[in-house]
Write a protein that binds this ligand. Structure first.
Ligand code: FES
Length: 128
């Protein structure tokens, strides 16, 4: 016997409403602006909006958000979560330098309006 879990339309509506209640923030990147929900991973937000936090070949050659390649590094203006352990480790490893104050988009959860800048180079670490 094949039993499907029952989910009434009211429950579906309540779930959708709860999702919509998340705060929205404005993201500015590459002359574009779009909204992101509170808690969304910044890298995912950019990809969802058909933008990439990666340069050139790094668009394909990256760790897909594990925090190990460092190619999604961005300069970020706005309030963001503290660096994760993996992010600290990667940003202290060349070609990144801790003094560059870049952040990894895959390790950022959106919790404020953000302005983003992608710098040149495979890792986006060439700051002029
Ligand atoms: S995608 Fe590799 S560190 Fe973010």
């Amino acid at each position: 016997m094949n039993l499907k879990p029952f989910c009434c339309p009211l429950v579906r509506i309540q779930r959708a409403t709860l999702t919509d209640r998340k705060k929205k923030y404005r993201i500015q990147f590459k002359n574009q602006e779009f909204d992101a929900s509170e808690g969304e991973v910044l890298r995912n937000v950019l990809l969802k909006n058909k933008l990439s936090p990666h340069n050139g070949a790094a668009t394909y050659l990256n760790c897909k958000g594990l925090g190990s390649c460092g190619t999604c590094a961005l300069e970020i203006t706005g309030d963001v979560n503290p660096k994760t352990k993996v992010e600290k480790l990667r940003l202290n490893f060349p070609p990144h330098k801790p003094e560059n104050r870049l952040r990894l988009a895959c390790q950022i959860k959106v919790n404020s309006n953000l302005k983003l800048v992608k710098h040149a180079g495979f890792w986006g670490s060439r700051i002029k």
